[in-house]
Ligand binder design. Structure first.
Ligand SMILES: [Zn+2]
Length: 293
């Protein structure tokens, strides 16, 4: 008999290899199904669509199955990942699609969808998470490593994250949320023609999106005070905390930049400076669809 708490704990930890993932999935399938069904029930209750009868129980179970099926299909391509975390983000995405109940209407504009797409991808992909620092603030790899206070090994990983993102990750993220070449052009033309208005809008929308996706962080990753951040960096712990939270919280990122400034490192300020496309070999990445001709 597998201890339930043990399985839940392992599902929340980082899975590094496909073998490890497969083994865990065989063992954890009933737990995943139970988790997905419980989340579905909660969603139906919260949106006033629940009734205490067999018919609703069946519906929750069916959706639970469907969600776990999707999870099994995509999970393997997301390794290294935290399985439970990834499942939760799939569930959140699933329920927010047909009626984006938790969203501001403006998030349906090309710019809103672009920001939403990048951030929702960041919840399940470390490459996209690292790329957020570039797309939102224009930080390069070495700047990201500096802000996050990473050691040599972690810094190398950041370089790999950036590389993969530029080569394929960005395109995939853009495609996945259905951003077309026209959408990209519309965003870029808006940015060029009305820079102030564009900046204000990107600033406001990115805050809404970040606040929404912070909810999918593990519960033990809340905002910290300046003193707490300073302590965390000084003592050299909480790497996951730094990466996850700072990519999704501009206020804490500002605090952390201030803390570094006190330590008289090079000053960086997280001013919003939205970049639509990544740079590859010094050139902006074009969408595949636009190089057909
Ligand atoms: Zn915060």
């Amino acid at each position: 008999m597998v201890d339930r708490r043990d399985v839940t704990a392992r599902l929340s930890q980082l899975v590094m290899t496909v073998d490890e993932y497969e083994r865990l999935m065989t063992e954890a399938l009933p737990h995943l199904l139970n988790h997905a069904t419980t989340q579905t029930r909660r969603f139906l209750r919260e949106t006033g669509q629940w009734g205490d009868d067999v018919c609703h129980e069946k519906l929750a179970l069916r959706w639970g199955y469907e969600l776990v099926e999707r999870f099994l299909m995509y999970g393997r391509t997301e390794i290294p990942c935290r399985p439970l975390f990834f499942l939760d983000s799939l569930i959140a995405k699933y329920f927010s699609q047909p009626e984006p109940f938790c969203y501001d209407k403006e998030l349906l504009s090309p710019l809103g969808r672009f920001l939403e797409g990048l951030t929702s991808r960041a919840v399940i992909s470390r490459d996209a998470l690292m790329a957020l620092f570039y797309h939102l603030y224009g930080f390069g790899q070495s700047q990201v490593a500096k802000v996050l206070g990473l050691g040599t090994t972690e810094t190398q990983r950041v370089y790999k994250n950036f590389e993969r993102w530029r080569r394929s990750g960005w395109q995939r993220a853009v495609d996945e949320v259905g951003i077309t070449r026209e959408d990209l052009m519309e965003i870029e033309s808006h940015k060029r023609r009305y820079p102030d208005q564009f900046h204000a809008e990107a600033d406001r929308l990115s805050r809404i999106v970040q606040a929404h996706y912070r909810k999918s962080e593990p519960e033990h990753f809340p905002c910290l005070s300046r003193q707490q951040w300073a302590h965390l960096f000084k003592e050299g712990y909480g790497y996951d905390y730094r990466v996850w939270h700072l990519a999704l919280c501009r206020d804490c990122l500002s605090e952390v930049c201030d803390v570094h400034q006190d330590d008289s490192q090079d000053v960086l300020t997280p001013q919003l400076d939205l970049r639509i496309r990544p740079l590859l070999n010094g050139r902006l990445v074009e969408s595949y669809h636009s190089v057909d001709h």
